[in-house]
Write a protein that binds this ligand. Structure first.
Ligand code: SF4
Length: 366
C-alpha cells in the first residue's frame, strides 16, 4: 500500500510524518505546478471548483508515482465538497487507476473518525495511532506559528526576501524532523531566526485581513502567493484560517461543545447573513466586520470561481464595505487567473490603501 494525500500549503509535512510514523509507505505528490493544474483541469467536469481540479491533479501525479491509497477528508453540506471524493474516485477508475479512497468524515466526530480510519489503514493499536496523530498536530502548530510570525516580519524587513529565505530554510529542516522534541526545537529556532531578521522599527505597515475559502487561503499556488506579494509590498496580513485552528475547533472544541470563537464572526454577520451558507461564506462576512472594528486597513477575499458560499459573501461585501468603511478586494481564482493581472490589481489596491491612510492621517491631524 502506498498512501498519498492532496497538497494544501505546508500540510504535507505533518501528513507525511503521520503516515511514516504509522509504518506506511507515503508518496507526497510533486509540488503543485502548471502541470498539476493542467492534469486536473483536463480530467475534471468543466464547472468543478478549483480545489477539486487541483486535488485531482495531485492524485493523478501521485498515482503515476505508484500511490494507490488516497487519503482525503469527506463531508456533507450545501457545497460541492460533499461530492468530491465520489466523483474523483470515479474519474480515477475510468482512467485505469485501481485506487482505494481512505476517507475521513469531517462533518461530525472528526477525531473519532480519524483515529478509526488510521487504525484500519495501518493495523496499529489506538495508542500508536494517537501518538502519530499527536506528532502531526505538533507539526501543524509549529508550522502555523512560524507562518504567523513571518507575516509580521516580512513587511518590516530591511532586505527584501530575507524573512522568506529564513522561513524556507526552517521548512526544509522541519521536513527532516521526526519526533515531537525535534519539531519543537526546529520550530523555536525558526521563530528566533525570523525575529532576528533586520527590520525597520519605524515602519507602520498597512494591515490587511485575508479571508475566503479555506483551500485557496491555505494553498499559495492558487492565489499566485498573495501573502508573500502583499508582504513584500509592505502589508502586514492576518489570516483567520489556519489548520491548527481548524483542528482545535473541529476535533476538540466541537467534541466538548465549545463554539465561542466561530460564533462571534457569525454574530457579527447576522444583520447581513443570518444563516450558514456552507464553506466559509458566513465567516468571510462576519470576520470582515470584526476586522473593520479592529481598525484594519483592508480585506482581501480569495474565492474559487464558481464557489457558491464565497459568491454569496462576495455579493454582501460591498454593503459591509460601505457601512464599515473598509475597502474590500475580492479575487476570483481559477485556472485562467494570470500572474501579471493579479499583481497589477494587488498593486493598485495597496496604492489605494496607502493614499486612503495618509488622507485619514491628515484629516485626523487637522
Ligand atoms: S467551499 Fe467553494 S470551492 Fe470549496 S468545495 Fe465548496 S464550492 Fe468548492
Amino acid at each position: 500500500m502506498k498512501v498519498t494525500f492532496p497538497h494544501m500549503g505546508t500540510l504535507y509535512i505533518p501528513l507525511r510524518l503521520l503516515f511514516t510514523n504509522l509504518g506506511l509507505e507515503v508518496v507526497v505528490p510533486p509540488p503543485i505546478s502548471k502541470e498539476t493544474m493542467n492534469l486536473g483541469v483536463r480530467h475534471s467536469p468543466e464547472g468543478a471548483c478549483l480545489p477539486f481540479k487541483l486535488t485531482l491533479g495531485n492524485y493523478l501525479e501521485a498515482a503515476a508515482l505508484g500511490a494507490d491509497t488516497f487519503f482525503m477528508a469527506q463531508g456533507y453540506g450545501l457545497c460541492r465538497f460533499g461530492f468530491y471524493t465520489e466523483v474523483q474516485q470515479k474519474i480515477m477508475r475510468e482512467l485505469g487507476y485501481d485506487c482505494n479512497m481512505a476517507l475521513v468524515n469531517i462533518s461530525q466526530n472528526v477525531l473519532q473518525n480519524l483515529l478509526r480510519r488510521l487504525k484500519e489503514l495501518s493495523g496499529k493499536s489506538y495508542l500508536q495511532v494517537l501518538r502519530a496523530v499527536r506528532l502531526a498536530l505538533v507539526g501543524i502548530k509549529v508550522l502555523d506559528d512560524l507562518e504567523k510570525l513571518l507575516y509580521k516580519v516580512r513587511p518590516r524587513e530591511l532586505r527584501k526576501g530575507e524573512s522568506t529565505k529564513v522561513y524556507q530554510n526552517t521548512l526544509a529542516r522541519l521536513e527532516r524532523a521526526s519526533s515531537v522534541s525535534e519539531l519543537r526545537r526546529v520550530g523555536s529556532e525558526g521563530l528566533q531566526e525570523l525575529a532576528a531578521v533586520s527590520q525597520d522599527p519605524n515602519r507602520t505597515p498597512l494591515r490587511v485581513g485575508i479571508l475566503g475559502e479555506f483551500y485557496v487561503v491555505l494553498e499559495p499556488f492558487t492565489s499566485s502567493d498573495v501573502e508573500r506579494r502583499l508582504g513584500e509590498m509592505g502589508v502586514e496580513i492576518t489570516k483567520y484560517l489556519y489548520p491548527s485552528d481548524w483542528v482545535s475547533f473541529h476535533m476538540f472544541m466541537q467534541l466538548f461543545r465549545i463554539f465561542k470563537e466561530h460564533k462571534s464572526a457569525a454574530e457579527a454577520a447576522r444583520p447581513y447573513l443570518a444563516y450558514n451558507v456552507s464553506g466559509d461564506g458566513l465567516q468571510t462576512v462576519g470576520q470582515t466586520i470584526l476586522c473593520a472594528e479592529e481598525g484594519f486597513d483592508g480585506i482581501v477575499q480569495l474565492y474559487p470561481f464558481t464557489c457558491m458560499p464565497e459568491i454569496v459573501a462576495k455579493h454582501l461585501l460591498p454593503k459591509v464595505s460601505d457601512d464599515y468603511r473598509i475597502p474590500v478586494l475580492s479575487l476570483g481564482l481559477d485556472e485562467h487567473s494570470g500572474n501579471a493581472g493579479f499583481v497589477t490589481r494587488l498593486e493598485a489596491y495597496v496604492d489605494l490603501l496607502n493614499r486612503r491612510k495618509s488622507l485619514m492621517g491628515r484629516e485626523a491631524a487637522k
